[in-house]
Design a binder for this molecule. Structure first.
Ligand SMILES: C[S@@+](CC[C@H](N)C(=O)[O-])C[C@H]1O[C@@H](n2cnc3c(N)ncnc32)[C@H](O)[C@@H]1O
Length: 313
């Protein structure tokens, strides 16, 4: 943690999130991405004494904040876990009226140099949201073969020079391991040999490694059916994505199974009924919010309502 300064996170699209959850004073809600509690605080302000708010985060620092701030509130339950495991929490299985997932990393995670998410400062190359488990970015770059590194950079970072960077990583680690954010940022910059306007050349590499190390897309793919299964009929799913790969997963999940094209002369194959119905279109922050909070600029908010008690995907 940066010494002497409490790192803050500004909640994104706060009013749209509250409206999307269609909060009832005595409802049961789950915020799977507590962060620094901006949304959770706003939800609690709308709940009465019989309301419940379940809080999750995979980052122990976020959970520490949740316990300090809400640990004494009898309406609140707190769990340190990946939100993909929400179905294993008995409190969540009791039925929910709304689930919020505000994806990605929080400002405190980005701004605390020691977490290794940012190429703006020099720190151990970690990038895990939960540093108590799994493989750091440095460990991944030390272990993976050239092909796997290139695939991660290409698929998660949409990095067109993925092969060239992977080759440079493997050549470099024969000399000495890549252990810091600066070493990686400089390696990518040297390999690409160019500066980009408004963007460090290592931006896509860092994003790809973050998504990989935290299995962010896999967590989301597992969480969406689990959240849907936990929702009561009429309950709301509210998801904020910051990346087109995430938003595509959310959009397709809400849309549900699509009919395969009918073969000529045969009846159309049956399609399982989607358990969710989209509520309105995707929403983005307005210009005033982006001016106040530039980190909101790529946010996409989607809302869906559970239409049957049938459960997950
Ligand atoms: C964008 S921040 C949420 C900010 C929060 N809504 C607020 O207002 O302060 C995302 C948070 O979700 C957590 N997170 C991301 N993926 C997660 C996952 N799969 N399971 C649990 N927590 C996750 C991160 O650790 C981070 O604290």
């Amino acid at each position: 943690m940066t010494a002497g300064r409490e790192l803050q996170h500004i909640p994104v699209m706060r009013e749209a999130v509250l409206a999307g959850l269609a909060l009832r004073a005595n409802g049961r809600y789950l915020d799977g991405t507590f962060g620094r509690g901006g949304h959770a605080r706003a939800i609690l302000e709308c709940l009465g004494g019989d309301g419940r708010l379940l809080l999750m985060d995979r980052d122990p620092a976020a959970i520490g904040h949740a316990r300090r701030e809400f640990g004494d509130d009898p309406r609140v339950a707190i769990r340190h876990a990946n939100f993909s495991e929400l179905g294993e929490w008995e409190a969540a299985r009791a039925g929910l009226d709304g689930v919020l997932l505000d994806l990605g990393v929080s400002s405190p995670q980005l701004d605390d140099a020691a977490r290794g998410f940012s190429f703006q400062s020099d720190a151990p190359l970690d990038m895990r949201m939960d540093p108590t488990t799994g493989e750091s970015a440095a460990d991944f770059l030390a272990r993976a073969d050239e092909r796997e590194i290139a695939d991660v950079l290409f698929h998660y970072g949409e990095e067109r020079m993925s092969r060239r960077i992977a080759r440079a990583v493997v050549a470099r680690r024969r000399e000495s391991p890549i252990t810091t954010t600066r070493e990686l940022a400089e390696l990518v910059e040297r390999t690409l040999g160019r500066r980009e306007r408004n963007k460090h050349p290592a931006t896509r590499t860092f994003q790809a490694l973050r998504l990989k190390v935290n299995d962010e897309l896999g967590s989301l793919e597992r969480a969406l059916p689990a959240a849907t299964a936990a929702l009561n009929p009429g309950g709301r799913l509210v998801v904020i994505s910051f990346h087109s790969l995430e938003d595509r997963i959310v959009k397709q999940f809400i849309r549900g199974p699509q009919a395969a094209p009918a073969r000529r002369g045969l009846p159309a194959p049956p399609v399982a009924m989607a358990p969710l119905q989209a509520v309105g279109r995707a929403q983005m922050p307005d210009a005033a919010e982006i001016a106040r909070n530039p980190r909101a600029r790529s946010a996409v908010l989607r809302i869906a309502e559970k239409i049957s008690s049938g459960g997950g995907a």
